[in-house]
Design a protein around this ligand. Sequence first.
Ligand SMILES: [Zn+2]
Length: 650
Amino acid sequence: MPGDKPKFYLTTPIYYTTTVIADAIRRYKRMRGYEVVMTTGTDEHGVNVERAAQKAGIPESEYVAKMAVAWKALWDELGISADEFVRTTDIRHVRTVQWLFKLFRENGYVYKGNYTGQYCIYDNAFVNDAKPGDNCPDCGRPTETITEENFYFKLSAFQQPLLDFYKKNPTFIQPETRKNEIISFVEGGLKDLSITRTTLRWGIPVPGEDPHVFYVWFDALTAYLSAVGGPEYEKRGFWPCDLHLVGKDIIRFHAVYWPAFLMAAMLPVPKQVWAHGWFLMDASKMSKSKGNVVLPRPIANMLGMDAMRYFLMREVVFGQDGNFSYDALVTRYNSDLANGLGNLASRTAAMIEKSFGGKIPKPGPRLPQDEALAKAASETIGEALDRFEKFEFARSLEAIWAAIAAADKYLTSEQPWAMGDSEADMQRKSTILWTSAELLRVVTVLAHPVLPDSTAKVWTLLGQPGRISAVELDGLRWGQLVAGVQLGKTQTLFPRVDKQEAIERIEAMANEELNPTQPPAPAAPAPAATAGGAAAAPAPEKIGIEDFTKVEMRVGQIKTAERIVGADKLLKLTVDIGTEIRQICAGIAQFYEPEKLIGRKVAVVVNLAPRKLRGVESNGMIVAASVGPEGRPVLAGFPDEDVEIGARLK
Ligand SMILES: [Zn+2]
C-alpha cells in the first residue's frame, strides 16, 4: 500500500548543481521504497526583484512569472522533476509566512524596534555594511542614514537551545567542517534579527501592521514548509524535512536562523542540512559577473544532460569544492560514458544479436572467472548503495564503474567474438554473454538515479520489463536476468566525441548564451540566483530617429535552409538581399522546418557586423517577433504585398 511507505522530504534552492544532486537523491530514495517529495522554487520578493522589474519596464508580478517559467523550462531540459515548485508569491506560501509570524508573536519572540542603516534613495534599498558617508555600490550616489521601524525576531534567545540541539543531533549539519564553523558562530553570540521592512513595497504584508512587509530571508526559508502543507503540514506528513541541500554560502540561514524560527513557533526542526561546495574554475568561485560560470545548456546540447549530471556527481566529493574544466568533462565523457557504459552495452547487445538472434542466452556451467565477476558485481551492489546512502556519490559511481571495467577486462580475456559455432563454443559463449548482460543490467539499475535517460535506454536495449525507475534497489541481486528474453531496439547511447571540437562547440554555445546576439533565442535564467537575487534585465531606452536609421533593414528571400549539427536551435540560411547572397544563422530551428522556408521573404538587418554562432559565420540577422513566455520566434514577413527583394524597410 502506498500509504505504508516511509516518507522522505528534501529541498533545494535554485542553484542547478544542488538541484541536479537533489534530483538524483529523489530518484534513489524512490527506488529504495520511499514516498519522496522534493521541493524547489523561486524567491519572488524583495528589492532586487522590484528593481529588476522596474528596469525591464514591467510589473513585478509579470517579471516573477517570467522568471518562474524560465526556471521550470530549464529543469525540464535538465531532466529534473521537482514534486513541488514553490513560488513565494503563491497564496499558500503567503498564508504560511503570516501564520509563522503569528506563532512567533503568540510565543513572545518578536518585538518592534528601530533599524538604522545607510539607505540609497535612488534604489530604495538599505546598503548592507555601508557606513555614513559611503556611496551606494549600485549607483555610486551618496547614501543617507535612515532609521526605520522593524519587527525583530529574538534570535538571541536561541543561542543555548541551538547549541543543545547541535549536540543532540550531531549529523544535523554536514559536512563536519561546516558544522564547526556554525557552532563557533553561534557560540560567539547571536544578535536579534530584523525580519520586516517598511521601506520595501514588494513583499508579503505583515497582517494589521501596514506598511510592514516581511524581509526576504524570513519569507524564503518558510517556502520549505509551505510546500508541504504550511499550517496543515501534519496532514501531509512530510515535516520535519529530512534534508535541506544548500550552497555553502547560505548555510547560516539554514542551520541557525531556520531552526530558531521553527523552535520559536514550536514546530519540528529539520533532520539535516547539507552544504555543498562550489565548482571552481581557475580556482575562483563560479560567478556570472566573472564570466567563469558553467552553463548547463551548452553541455546538455553537446553531450546530453546525463553527461553533465554524471560529471557533477562523479568529480566532486559532496560538500567540498571541485574543479571544473571542459577538458575534464569531455575526458570523463569519453572514458566513462562512451568507452565505459556505452561500449559495454553496445558490444554485449551486438554479440547477443549476432550469435543468439537477439535472445539473451541461457548460461552453461560457470568457470572461476565467471564466478569472480558475479561475486564482484554482488559486492558492487552493496558498496554502491551504502555509499549513495551516505551521499558519497563519487564513491558510489566509482564502485559501479569499477564493475564496468571488470566486465570489459573479462570480455577482452574471454574473447567470445573469436569463438566458433561448435556446441562447446556456443555453450561457453552463452555463459560469457549472459554474464556480461547481467552485469550490464545490475550497473544500469545502480546508475539510474544519476543517469536517468541513458539507463532507461539500456533497459529498453536489454528488453527488460517495466520502467527502470520502478526497480526496487533493495531487491536487486545477481542472477535475476531471465534467459530467452528478446533484446529491444538498438539505442544511441554516448557517441564518442572529438575533445577539441566538443570543447569549442560548448564554449561557443556558452558564449552565445552569456552574450546573446540573436534576439529570437529564448533567454536563459541566471544559473545561481539566491533568495531575493533575481537576474536584472537590460533597461529599455528610447532612441532618436538618427539611431533608428543606423539600422539598415531590407527585404530578403531565403534560398537555402539547413540544420546545424550540435546546435538544435539554429538554422543556417542563405538569403538573397538584392545586392548579394548572405549566409545568416537564425535561432528558429525548433519552430520552422528548413524546407518550408525556401522562397520565403523576410526582413533582414543587413548592416550588422558579421559574427560566429556556434562556430558558423552569420552575416546579418533575420527579424522575428518573440512570442509568449518562452519567446517563440515568429518571422516578420510580407504576406499581402508583392515586395521587391532588396527593398529597404523604414
Ligand atoms: Zn543607489
